[in-house]
Write a protein that binds this ligand. Structure first.
Ligand code: IVH
Length: 692
């Protein structure tokens, strides 16, 4: 916190000696440093319950920033000092929308779209042969939001709420990286009330759930829930860590700018630097709308985000005005919904699984059913809140779909088919594996088994330890781990390296050849790295990326095991919460001993520098995105190869991407790369790159 005290002194000096000779540039420089520090102090205070300085010091510091803003009021505009104090409160302020946020009437097929068109034409008394002009775009399946810009500055963001009153989620919305806080224009409109949708891309949703699982936190049912949950976080630091996206598609009150058509409006937003969906199109009549509707339905899975239909809007704004609204939806627009890709099946039972961190997760075991060509038998129910919300019970008939096109999700219960004697499902408060009492740690939504010796936790921990991206013991699958633990042959990580031929003979149905294969694969896995071992330990909040950062920072196992809190916090991306979790582990003498044992048993831990040396630096400074199926190489392997040769891997294509490595049946990433003129290469070309 040296920086804090130094900055305080500088602020004092500037404020005390303020006079005609004082420079705005100096004030601005100090203000920028101070507000940045203020934000990070806020984050550690709110997110981690671990303030870095005393409340009095914090208050004095903020007063100095305010003083600077008194001297130069221009600084105040986007200042965190103006933040509503709602940030840390237990709920969000309710604020009325100036103009209500309407909803849309729905249509479900081409015929209903034709009816909608007829109603519109009739209302307008429109000549049959004259083009009417529709703007069509995807119906984004996220969270509706209103974002208000005054004099070009983002001043407020409200959820839809009941359409009349929403919740003030400004601070959270401001953390969305693709959303500018200031419009890019010289002709600033006085007021822009914009409406749009906040989304999580499918890939980011899957990644987030993986991370939640790794951290021992509850997972989300689908991208929409994850987006909504992220925006309704009381701590903006958590929202900031989620890769949310936003697209604008409508407006409320507007002052100081005019448009004739909806298309013109969306183009204007683009020119302001605001994100607008790139699938919008103009159709001259309803037949073209139907074509667009069918085309988009067939390619909905290629899009990076969930959509549940298309929205059809009269393009001409004066016609929109004439049409007006009826009840709570406009006459000038309709949603044309897609047929959901869902199926009906029966929940045979609800199991409770124990995760690596002891989290008890209810899982519905269902009669196998096909959805989108894939047979589904299991669906997680996440936690008790989710079970209660959907009221899923054993024996229920349920509708299921695949969230983010991948994860099986129970959408709803078919209540008419429910058996009379069915009872609500409650997760037992007893761990199903070790029968110890499970608890909900303060501030968590998840029930956990806290017994460190719980066999289920041990099994899950070991499965993670040997998994491909951890110690990579290829032949040691889940089933074998369970047998080894049940036979008491393995208990802790190091036991894996103590397994002998004789031990393995005790396993059922293992022939000579498979025993030897197993021993060979254990031997092979010993050639490892510090980052893999750190990741393999399964420390809460330490995913693969953090493990790599730690290995780079501390270089050796002892360097890591003896890391101080300060040194941990100095590591890039390691915050209080992560540092605390790591310290808890490395301070434990048994943990230290165990890792030393692993090394003594022959595991070689290459440092990050040695890891790097193995590869060339041929791809240094180049960024890649991988899409489609690559022959003979999994995505993970491709990612490793790129990183090994000094390149970086991104999850989505942007202007900054250098190459798209493209395999068979690529998704929308290929379209995007082509649109942005990003170079597309196949596996063969890529291999040429890294060849000696
Ligand atoms: S226009 C008068 N355009 O759908 C309402 N809405 O069912 C004008 N939505 O609350 C809305 N994508 O959250 C519009 N491209 C899009 C949309 C869209 C999703 C949502 C929006 C609205 C809901 C209405």
């Amino acid at each position: 916190m040296k920086a804090f005290y130094k900055l305080n002194q500088e602020l004092d000096k500037f404020i005390l000696s303020f006079g005609p000779k004082a420079k705005f540039s100096k004030a601005k420089e100090l203000w920028e440093k101070a507000t940045e520090l203020m934000s990070s102090l806020d984050m550690s205070y709110y997110s981690d319950d671990a303030p870095l300085i005393s409340d009095t010091d914090y208050d004095l510091f903020v007063k100095k920033i305010e003083k600077l803003e008194d001297l130069y009021p221009d600084l105040r505009r986007d200042s965190p000092t103006q933040r509503v104090s709602g940030t840390a409160s237990s709920s969000f302020n309710k604020v009325a929308h100036k103009t209500p946020m309407l909803s849309l009437a729905n249509t479900y097929n081409a015929e209903e779209l034709l009816d909608f068109n007829l109603r519109v034409l009739k209302f307008l008394d429109w000549p049959k042969d004259k083009e009417i002009g529709y703007l069509v775009e995807p119906k984004l399946d996220g969270l509706a939001i209103e974002v208000i810009f005054e004099d070009g500055h983002l001043v407020r963001a409200l959820t839809r709420g009941d359409g009349t009153t929403g919740e003030d989620v400004t601070e959270n919305v401001k953390t969305i990286k693709t959303l500018p806080h200031k419009l890019k224009t010289l002709k600033t409109p006085k007021l822009l009330e914009l409406r749009g949708e906040i989304l999580l891309f499918k890939e980011d949703f899957l990644e987030l759930n993986k991370q939640q699982e790794e951290d021992g936190e509850a997972t989300f049912a689908n991208p929409r829930n994850a987006a909504a949950g992220s925006i309704r976080q009381l701590d903006p630091a958590i929202t900031a860590a989620r890769p949310l996206k936003i697209f604008f598609y409508g407006f409320g009150e507007i002052d100081g700018v005019n448009f004739k058509t909806h298309q013109e409006f969306e183009e204007k937003l683009l020119s302001y630097g605001l994100p607008v969906n790139n699938q919008a199109q103009i159709c001259k009549n309803i037949d073209d709308v139907v074509k667009y509707y069918k085309k988009l339905e067939s390619k909905r899975h290629e899009l990076d985000y969930d959509i549940d239909g298309v929205v059809v809007k009269i393009n001409d704004l004066s016609l929109q005005k004439t049409l007006g609204t009826i009840a709570k939806s406009p006459r000038w627009a309709t949603a044309a919904k897609f047929k959901p890709e869902q199926a009906q099946t029966v929940v045979e039972k609800i199991d409770v699984q124990v995760g690596r961190t002891g989290a008890l997760t209810p899982v519905a075991i269902m009669k196998p059913v096909k959805v989108g060509g894939v047979t589904i038998t299991h669906a997680t129910l996440h936690n008790q809140d989710e079970v209660d919300r959907k009221d899923v019970r054993q024996g229920d008939h349920v509708i299921i779909q695949r969230a983010g096109d991948v994860i099986p999700e129970i959408v709803s219960v078919v209540f008419e088919k429910r058996a009379k004697n069915s009872k609500p499902f409650k997760i037992p408060l007893i761990c199903p594996s070790c029968q110890s009492v499970a608890k909900k740690p303060a501030g968590e939504a998840v029930l956990r088994c806290l017994n460190p010796l719980c066999p289920a936790k041990i099994k899950e921990g070991l499965k993670h330890f040997v998994s491909r991206r951890a110690m990579n013991v290829e032949k040691l699958g889940d089933k074998l781990i369970e047998q080894l633990v049940d036979l008491k042959l393995v208990f802790k990580f190091s036991d894996i390296y103590r397994l002998s031929h004789k031990d393995l003979e005790k396993l059922p149905r293992q022939g000579e050849k498979s025993i030897q294969n197993l021993l060979d694969s254990i031997e092979k896995s010993k050639n490892s790295s510090l980052s893999r071992l750190i990741y393999a330990c399964g420390i809460r909040f330490v995913g693969e990326q953090t493990a790599k950062i730690l290995a780079r920072q501390f270089e050796t196992l002892d360097g890591f095991l003896n890391a101080s809190e300060e040194a941990l916090l100095n590591a890039h991306e390691v915050g209080e919460k992560v540092a605390k979790s790591i310290l808890e582990q490395i301070k434990n003498p048994l943990f230290k001993k165990e890792l030393h044992e692993i090394v003594r048993l022959g595991v070689i831990l290459k440092t990050e520098a040695q890891n790097k040396k193995q590869g060339s630096q041929k791809l240094s400074g180049l960024s890649f995105v991988v899409t489609g199926t690559l022959e003979g190489l999994s995505r993970d392997e491709a990612k490793d190869l790129i990183e090994l040769h000094g390149g970086t891997v991104q999850s989505s294509v942007s202007k900054k991407t250098n190459y798209l490595l493209c395999g068979e049946s690529p998704g929308s990433k290929l379209d995007k790369a082509q649109a942005l003129e990003v170079k597309v290469i196949d596996l063969k070309e890529f291999m040429e790159f890294i060849k000696n």
